[in-house]
Each structure stands twice: as C-alpha cells, then as structure tokens.
Design a protein. Structure first.
Lengths: 176, 436
C-alpha cells in the first residue's frame, strides 16, 4: 500500500478532512497534543517523537491513528451493501479527505463472505464498493479519484467458516 | 473492443507431486451390480505395460457406485480369454458379469488390448473389442474400456474418459498461490495450466474440450481469458472496467456468455468470439450473473436478485423477455443445465446451509442432493449421471460428487493441503469417441 503525493499537511487540512464527522471533532488534536509518555525513551518502534508543535499532527492524516481516515475497512451485514450507521462517519471522513486532496486517488475494494456462489459474491462485493463510492461522490469527490474492484469471496481477511470470520470478510477496503 | 491479444503462457507446467486427487465413495447405491474384472494378461516378453489396465477399469466401475467389484484375491481363476472362462467359477461367487482381457505388444511402445465382457448367468458374450494403444495412452484407453462396460451394463453412456478442471489455492491471503488445473476424471494426471498469486475463477470448457475460459485477477482487476488447454496459448477476451466474470461457452463454441458491469452494474452479455461483437442480454439494476447455456443454445439461465433475493431466471440467448425459473427458497444461484436440458443443478440455501439442488423442469420440484454446509459450483458429468461440486470439510475446500438420484456420494480430496474448488467437468470430445 503506497501513499501517493501527500506527505505533510497543516492542521487546517486535517480539520477540513474530518470536518464532517461529529464524533471526532477536536479529539484528535487534543490527544496528539497530550503527547505520548516518552519516559521509556529507548525505542518503542513508533517514530512519533518530535515533529509536533502546538498540538498539530504534521503527518498525513491517513497515518494519524486518531483520525477516522485511519480506519480503512468498512464492514457490512449479511447479503447487504448498505453502509452501516456505525461506518458512515468513516466513509464521510474519507470523502472529505479526498475532496480536500484532489490529487489523491483511492481504490475501493469490495469483498464478500464465503457463503453462496462465487460470481454472485463478486456482484455483491462490487455493490458494496459502489455504495461506498456513491457516498463519496455525493460529497463532491471527483469520479477519477475512485476506482472500485470486487474480489468477492476470493480474498478473505480471516480464515474460518463461522459468523465471526464471515463478519470480518464482508467488507470494503480503502487502499490509498 | 480491440483485437484479441495472443501470447504464450509461460506458466504451463506439470505438477504431479502436489495436487494429486484421490477419490473415495462415501456412500454407494444399494443394488450395485456385482462384476469381476480379471487382471489382463500380458502376452509378450519384458516387463509389460506400466499401467494395470484392469485395475484402472475396476476403479472406474467401483467409483461410479453402480458396480460392486470382486476383489482379486477372491477370484478362483484368472482367464484372459473367453475360451478359458468357466462360468461356474463366477456364478458361485455371485458375479453377474465378467470382464477378461489381454495386452499384447504392438510395435515399439505400443500395445493391442483385447477384452471380452460376459453375462455370467446366461453364459453369453456381451461385447468383445480389440483396441490399439500406446504406453502413454494406457490409462485413457482403460477409461474408454470402462465406458464401454458401463454403457453395456447400465444403458447409460460412461464418462470415465473425460476430465475435470478446477482451481486450487495454497497459503494465506497476501501470499497465496492459486492454480487452474486439469486432471482425468479419476483424479490422475493433474496438470497446472495457470499459476497466479491472484485469484483465478470460473473455468468453463469449450464444447470441444480443447479450451478453457476463466477469470484472472493477475492485473489487480478481473479479466477473462481463453486458453488452449494443450498449447497453453491464451487470449484476453474481456477486460472492461468493473466486473469481467462468469464466462460460459455456447454449445456451438462460437460465443461466450459473460457478466460485465461496465455499464453500471452486473448484466449478462454475449460475446461473439469471431466477430468480437458484444450483445447485452439483460439490463437491470440488480446483480445479473452466472449465465449458463441450455444444451440447444436457445436459452441462458442466470442468477439475479432483481426480486430481492438471488433466484434463477432465463432469457433467450438472442435477448428478449426474462422469466423466473426458481420459486422455492430464499437463495438459488449458479445454475447449470443437465445435458438433456430437462433439469437444472444449482446452489440453494436450506436453513443456514448452502447445498446442491436439482430442479426438475417437468415436475417443477427442487430436490436437495448434497448435505454440506457450504456446497457450491455444481457441474454435470457429460452423461448427466453425476454432478461434481465444491464443498468444505474441516475448513478445507474439497470436491465431492453425487449421482443425480442422490444415492451415490463421492469425495475427492487434494493431496498435500490447500483448497480445491470450482470443478467443471469436461464435455465429451472427439477423442472420447469409441472405435468399434
């Protein structure tokens, strides 16, 4: 998964990107500003130290764990392609991010669980990808920024033939 | 559409070690016919042929579930010629039929196989043939003999000298190895014809058994290819934006029905392979997919959720009004017509399970043939007697087969791990024709 073009954004951009989402407003800045405890200064792997001033996240919002756009998987109900209430804010945040960054493109990958026939599941995966795409388009994202592809049940996220596995495999993945 | 691209496929290779199929009967029919297949005598010098022809025939007959084959150790005599047969030896063992034969050298690497089939009770010869063959073709010749025996004794044409194509997948997502393979109908001679790190789907045989159409995601999005089975040469026939799926060959071999979503959502199209003209058959905002041709080429059945849930519909292959074929249940998909056109195999939801169903057009009744939780991809043997399908057992994809009367069940396991799925039985081909 490669990031295209974008690397640094001022706080303003971030706020613009998540402007449409009520649950997150303000919270990301605050938590960032709070600073992770740096007492174990050794090396925790995450290179988050420094680079921040005045509570701003200077990185790409896609990499900001507190931003809604860090969520790239949207889950769906059985045989359904409607974006669930609990994922609407995530999709809207991605849409806002794409509107704010018109040079960024995203691939919207639709997936299905293993039940039923394979080609029908390809159709179902496309329908899921398409409902995410349409929601983004309605926010003003340009058509050329979004490519959809359906893998049906061919690329499960987790193995297994139970509801827990199926629930994780019925999804749309956003690949920037 | 642009010109078809033709190029050689590099990945054609044999793979015997990984990917051998073994077949076992999990449930046979009561009243299987008792038959004795005597080991064929080798009438020449040297070590003889590399295959036990009689064993291949025995295994075919036993696997069909229609025959009960006498174990060799129970035989009282081992005649190789009709004149040496003492029928009492076989009557006493309860045998109804007897097959004897011999293999003779017939030039370098070549043989002549003679065999005779007898009705033990009548003491009468039912068939006698001599077939020239080669070392390389011993197995296929044995399958043809099994076909002859099967037809003489059941009245139904055999389908042992045919092949199956299927997809295998090894490894987890991200590091997956997917392959499209073909094997003899008894699981032997498995050969990989496409290898990919990305999904391969929906193989479909051309009616002459010489080409396969399939879907490959090797470029990160689906495209439909047609590949010559014996040369590995392949052509890209559809790579439109969106879905390119579910290719199905017309019975005349000149057209492919397929699913495309280039015009907004999945619909059924027919592509003329010579003229490249694409005709749209359905135009509906629902998912229309999984086209299947009727044997006479006049109709195409397909899956659609235009009524809310997936059901099977039918449209004339030249276009026109769509009519619904399935009404029972909340999920019916992936239909295929029986070779006689009188029934439709499909995937149907039964409670929480997905099973193979058979819709009889005369009675309108839908019978459930399989018993798994996640059964899919039914494909008829070319004689219409058996349906092969994909199932899951202990979390692993396997193949299974069931006779159309639901009485004989077989399991086909892949040796060496990995999933196996999407079996499609080859049609009869010219090379299946019997020489009399």
């Amino acid at each position: 998964m490669k990031l295209k073009k974008v690397s640094m954004f001022p706080l303003l951009m971030l706020m613009l990107a998540i402007g449409g989402c009520s649950s997150m407003s303000g919270s990301s800045g605050k938590q960032d500003g709070g600073g992770a405890p740096v007492s174990d200064a050794g090396m925790a792997g995450a290179a988050t130290a420094g680079a921040r001033e005045g509570g701003s996240w200077n990185g790409n919002p896609l990499d900001d764990p507190n931003s809604l756009v860090s969520t790239r998987i949207i889950y769906f109900d059985y045989d359904s392609a409607s974006v669930r209430e609990d994922y609407r804010d995530v999709v809207i945040a991605h849409g806002a991010y794409l509107v704010a960054n018109p040079t960024v493109v995203v691939t919207v990958e639709g997936h299905a669980d293993e039940r039923g026939s394979r080609e029908y599941n390809i159709g179902l995966g496309e329908r899921r990808a398409d409902s995410v795409r349409r929601l983004m388009l309605s926010q003003g994202v340009a058509e050329h920024q979004i490519t959809t592809v359906s893998f049906g049940e061919e690329r499960p996220l987790v193995a297994g033939s139970d509801e827990a596995a199926w629930a994780q495999n019925r999804r749309v993945e956003l690949l920037y | 559409m642009k010109q078809f691209l033709a190029f050689l496929l590099i990945g054609v290779m044999q793979s015997q070690a990984w990917g051998a199929l073994t077949i076992e009967i999990t449930e046979g029919a009561a009243g299987a016919l008792p038959i004795a297949v005597v080991p064929f005598a080798f009438q020449g010098g040297g070590s003889g042929p590399g295959e036990d022809v009689a064993q291949v025939i025995s295994d075919d007959l036993a696997r069909s579930g229609r025959f009960k084959v006498l174990p060799r150790e129970d035989m009282l005599a081992r005649p190789s010629n009709g004149s040496d047969v003492v029928f009492r030896d076989w009557k006493v063992l309860g045998m109804e039929n007897l097959l004897v034969g011999s293999v003779q050298p017939n030039g370098t690497g070549a043989y002549l196989i003679r065999f005779q089939l007898f009705d033990v009770f009548k003491g009468a010869q039912l068939a006698a043939f001599s077939i020239p063959t080669t070392e390389r073709d011993l197995r296929i010749t044995a399958h043809r003999i099994a076909d002859i025996v099967f037809e003489k004794l059941t009245g139904q044409r055999g389908a042992f000298a045919t092949r199956i194509a299927y997809v295998t997948a090894m490894g987890v997502a991200g590091a997956q190895q997917v392959a499209l393979k073909i094997a003899d109908a008894d699981g032997y001679n498995a050969q990989t014809i496409v290898n990919s790190a990305d999904p391969l789907m929906s193989p479909s045989w051309s009616p002459d058994g010489r080409k396969l159409a399939y879907v490959s995601f090797e470029r990160g999005k689906p495209a439909i290819y047609v590949q010559e089975v014996f040369t590995g040469v392949r052509y890209k026939v559809a790579a439109y934006p969106g879905i390119n799926g579910a290719p199905a060959w017309s019975p005349d071999g000149r057209r492919l029905a397929l699913t495309l979503s280039k015009d907004g959502n999945p619909d059924i199209y027919v592509l003329d392979l010579n003229t490249k003209v694409l005709q749209r058959l359905t135009d509906h905002y629902a998912i229309d997919t999984e086209p299947a041709w009727s044997p006479d080429g006049r109709a195409i059945a397909f899956t659609s959720d235009r009524g809310g849930k997936p059901q099977i519909y039918e449209v004339q292959s030249t276009g026109g009004r769509v009519r619904r074929l399935t009404f029972e249940g909340t999920y019916n998909a992936r239909a295929s017509y029986s070779p006689d056109g009188k029934s439709l195999a499909l995937v149907t939801r039964v409670g929480a399970d997905y099973r193979i169903g058979l819709l009889n057009f005369n009675t309108g009744s839908l019978s459930i043939l399989s018993r798994g939780h996640l059964d899919e991809s039914p494909s008829f043997a070319p004689n219409g007697g058996v349906i092969i399908y994909a199932t899951k057992s202990s979390g692993k994809g396997e193949l299974a087969a069931v006779s159309v009367d639901g009485r004989v069940h077989q399991r086909l396991a892949l040796q060496g791990g990995g999933d196996i799925r999407e079996p499609v039985w080859s049609p009869y081909t010219d090379s299946n024709r019997r020489d009399k």
